[in-house]
Design a protein around this ligand. Sequence first.
Ligand SMILES: O=C(O)c1ccc(O)c(O)c1
Ligand SMILES: [Mg+2]
Length: 602
Amino acid sequence: MRTSIATVSLSGSLTEKLTAAASAGFDGVEIFENDLLASPLTPEEIRARSADLGLTIDLYQPMRDIEAVPPKEFERNLRRAEHKFRLMNRLGTDTVLVCSSVSPLAVDDDALAAEHLHRLAESAQEHGVRVAYEALAWGRHVSTYDHAWRIVEAAGHPALGTCLDSFHILARGCDPKGIEAIPGEKIFFLQLADAPLMAMDVLQWSRHYRCFPGQGGLDVTGLVRHVINAGYTGPLSLEVFNDVFRQADAGPTAVDARRSLMLLQEAAGIAAPPAPVQPTGFAFAELTTPDAGAVSSLLGALGLARTARHRSKPVELWQRGDARILVTTDPVRHRDGLALAALGLESPDPVGAAARAESLLAPVLPRYRAPQDAPLDAVAAPDGVEIFFCATDRAGLPNWREDFPPLSGDGAGDRDPRGAVLRIDHLALTQPWHQFDEAALFHRTVLGLRPQESVDVADPYGLLRSRAVTNDDGTVRIALGIGPGPSDDAGRAQHIALATDDVVAAARAFQDAGGRPLPVPPNYYDDLAARFEFAPGEAETYRELGILYDRDEHGTFRHFYTETVGRVFFEVVQRDGGYRGYGAQNAPVRLAAQHALRPGRR
Ligand SMILES: O=C(O)c1ccc(O)c(O)c1
Ligand SMILES: [Mg+2]
């Protein structure tokens, strides 16, 4: 189906909005009156610009407080409407949206509303345009889609139909099944928006918190199925009022928006992009650093060994068990010092995974590689982290490890195997504050991971939001975080959590090897001993080693943190009994401890 987006959903000038919508591949736009009024372009120029960009103008909006008002008021409304119909002719758009009235002058009289809308449609028809009547969820007398449709039906005019908006319908908990009773040709327009489930006034909710389908908690897909069953053939149009998107770059927001519509169409069974290929593990995490000194000591203290070096690039492979960390020395690229620049996902079908990613508008990265290197497909995540689709030592597939001839000597395994690092447990990646919803949707649609509940974590200098995305068996877990603000360092931290089967032994070995764990305040341990029952000496061991503790209904979680180098720190974790979380309980203590270590803080 054709896709469209309302200009209110994107930031910038009207020209910037049009350009972003076109670049993301939308077919059309809804033009908001304010965007037109504020534009230096004439309606004819806007029309030409849109056409040049390959966009149709599918809707002009909104007209407000038209119907069921006193006669003098209505005559004034009609005159205003005629002006807009002429403007629409200049713009080259044939449909105008009329919101149900919120005016205190409006009366609760469906027959009068129908008569007024009939007269409005009569005038619209004379100008060759049509009117789509939409029930706002907070409309004074008309606030549900079925009520709006009854009035449209009663008005009985060919230039009058209804506009359905998923937010207004689902936010009020209306059953969208009844949409199938509306003849498809009388549904003049369909606007789509999702929203996180929140207990708040519906107007505030709509004006500030709408998001793209798939980013919230409303069943937008189910609604679209009903609209299609009704016979609707117009565009799927996104109309998202969102305080964050209004500030974010229009380009990436428009791509995020189109991706959400692709997922929606896939879920509704009206489009079939290449199937998702869920990753089955982490092949590697890649750190980039201007100088490998500090990270080498840290990895060594964690028990990883430098086992191989890339045959042609300054990249070292550090390894222990199935945990593989690539360290790329690049004096130019990383002004941040150490940063997590890439991750390798073990994929059952790397080529299929890349095809899926590309079809869902993930930026495909050029392969800078020597002729003999294994071909690896990579895409960029919204935070710029590169994601490689890999096969590690699997027959019949290009093996990235063959690009890393082993180094002799310095092998893993010469340390006490207790407390050994087994694999990467999870990665925690802080997202730019205005791209959090985009990142969650990207990881879900492009990588086939499942988003978990979002949690809020108190930081001494703000509030962090965190949402994990995981594969089905928990072998890929990525905790997406959003920091307190654009300028905060903690808001840019990234971390790699390594799994062990004996965190106490791992912590001892780390300290014996010269590693410095993040210091945890004694108050934490006093409280811990009161919250849980421990075996004699157990809590003291945790206190001594800086180990944090958490428990859920499945099992226990014990973990410690290293100091931070550049943007990156490590965590070593032991999950027992199927513990599902990430120690969110302990995150405020961890964040405070990290802040305390920063220069100038006490
Ligand atoms: O918030 C509003 O006023 C408003 C305006 C037009 C719409 O289509 C809508 O859904 C809401
Ligand atoms: Mg709407």
